[in-house]
Design a protein around this ligand. Structure first.
Ligand SMILES: *Cc1c(COP(=O)(O)O)cnc(C)c1O
Length: 392
């Protein structure tokens, strides 16, 4: 029996070394990593800028707690504010905690402005917001809620993209609407960008807040620093994590000062959130991602990967049904069980990630180059060829 509680259906693979877009097993087998630790290793493995930042901070000081000022936290906060809609930031260790903060902040806002009855949050079918008790309630997926007792109160779920249902779900108790600009775990489900603008207008009309969960879509993943920039609108509150630390655990909840007004001293906290190590790495990630030309590179690579995946969709309609996503957040909706394609890609030494709705996600690190994309697509082509032949 394993010493690990078996909550994960793990592949029988272990990597002991990583460099750029490659991971290596103890036997020296090299895998091309188009999963990036589920969109986390945004700058690939062992990026020299990140390694240096972490090593230098490790020599200086690891942890002091939020009882004191943390210079790296102030700096990263200021940079995130400068680059986004937000005025203020709260740092966490994970995406779920960033969303948990967003949920608490939305409730607290209405309480602070004299509407404590407004605490409910509208979310969308297929959403994923994390695995804490509140965020599984927000996600609303039966498989995540099953057996965990009473579901945390205050979440109302409506079909994705259904504006009428969203409007109808708003009551005197509604505090906010929360949505991922592209639903990642749900299967790279997209809504037209206009839908995000419509949600903004609806929220303004009803005096409620708009929360974007950019835990997966943020930090350049879609070719903009944040996906909401494509939609030409802004949220009041935004959760960020995955790519922000490039593999070091860190998350953030960004907000306008209006939305954050209830979060006064003592109302929220985290022991580890925003610690010096995480902040050193987060700042280093921004050094790279905000450098001139970097996001253009992501957009170029996104277009190339999308084109090549589209060709493979056309070649193997019996294996793949369609292509979804934006930038380097792409998904293939499969006709065969998605795990079958993922397993076949293991044989090809190409790592991908499953998602809901029978999708296989392609989430290479943002430093991926054209030749890596070509190699990955050659391997996918070979895997699809075998699956297609087997199906005949
Ligand atoms: C991964 C993810 C989360 C949860 O992040 P954790 O770090 O696993 O807690 C929340 N929201 C979205 C959109 C995610 O993709």
């Amino acid at each position: 029996m394993s010493a690990l509680i078996p909550t994960y259906a793990r592949a029988d693979l272990a990597f002991v070394k990583g460099e750029g877009v490659f991971l290596e097993t103890a036997d020296g087998e090299k895998y091309l990593d188009f999963g990036a630790g589920v969109a986390v290793a945004s700058l690939g493995h062992a990026h020299p800028v990140l390694v240096k930042a972490l090593a230098e901070q490790a020599e200086a000081v690891w942890h002091t707690s939020n009882l004191y000022r943390i210079p790296g936290q102030e700096r990263l906060g200021e940079r995130l504010v400068a680059a986004t809609f937000a005025d203020q930031v709260f740092f966490t260790n994970s995406g779920a905690e960033a969303m948990e903060c967003a949920i608490k902040m939305a409730r607290k806002y209405h309480s602070a402005i004299g509407n404590p009855e407004r605490y409910r949050i509208i979310t969308f079918e297929g959403a994923f917001h994390g695995r804490t008790l509140a965020t599984i309630a927000a996600g609303g997926q039966a498989k995540h809620l099953e057996g965990y007792g009473p579901v945390v109160e205050g979440f109302d779920q409506v079909p994705l993209g259904d504006m009428d249902a969203t409007r109808d779900a708003i009551t005197e108790e509604t505090a906010a609407i929360a949505i991922e600009p592209i639903l990642g775990e749900g299967g790279i489900l997209t809504v037209p960008w206009k839908h995000l603008r419509d949600l903004r207008s609806l929220a303004d009309e009803k005096g409620i807040l708009l929360i974007f969960d950019e835990v997966q879509t943020g930090i350049g993943r879609t070719g903009k620093l944040f996906a909401y920039e494509w939609a030409d609108t802004t949220p009041d509150i935004m959760a960020v994590a995955k790519g922000l630390g490039g593999g070091f655990p860190v998350g953030a909840c960004l907000a306008t000062s209006e939305a954050a007004q209830g979060m006064t001293a003592g109302t929220h906290g985290s022991t580890f959130g925003g610690n010096p190590l995480a902040m050193a790495v987060g700042n280093a990630v921004l050094d790279v991602v905000l450098a001139p030309g970097f996001l253009e590179h992501v957009q170029d690579m996104g277009v190339r990967l999308k084109q090549k995946l589209a060709q493979i969709c056309d070649t193997f309609p019996d294996v793949i049904e369609g292509l979804r996503g934006e930038g380097l957040l792409l998904g293939l909706k499969c006709k065969v069980p998605n795990q079958q394609l993922i397993d076949e890609l293991f044989e090809e030494r190409l790592l991908t990630v499953p998602a809901g709705d029978n999708v296989v996600r392609f989430l290479p690190s943002l430093i991926v180059e054209q030749e890596d994309i070509d190699t990955a697509c050659d391997r996918l082509n070979a895997a699809c060829g075998r699956l297609s032949a087997a199906a005949k």
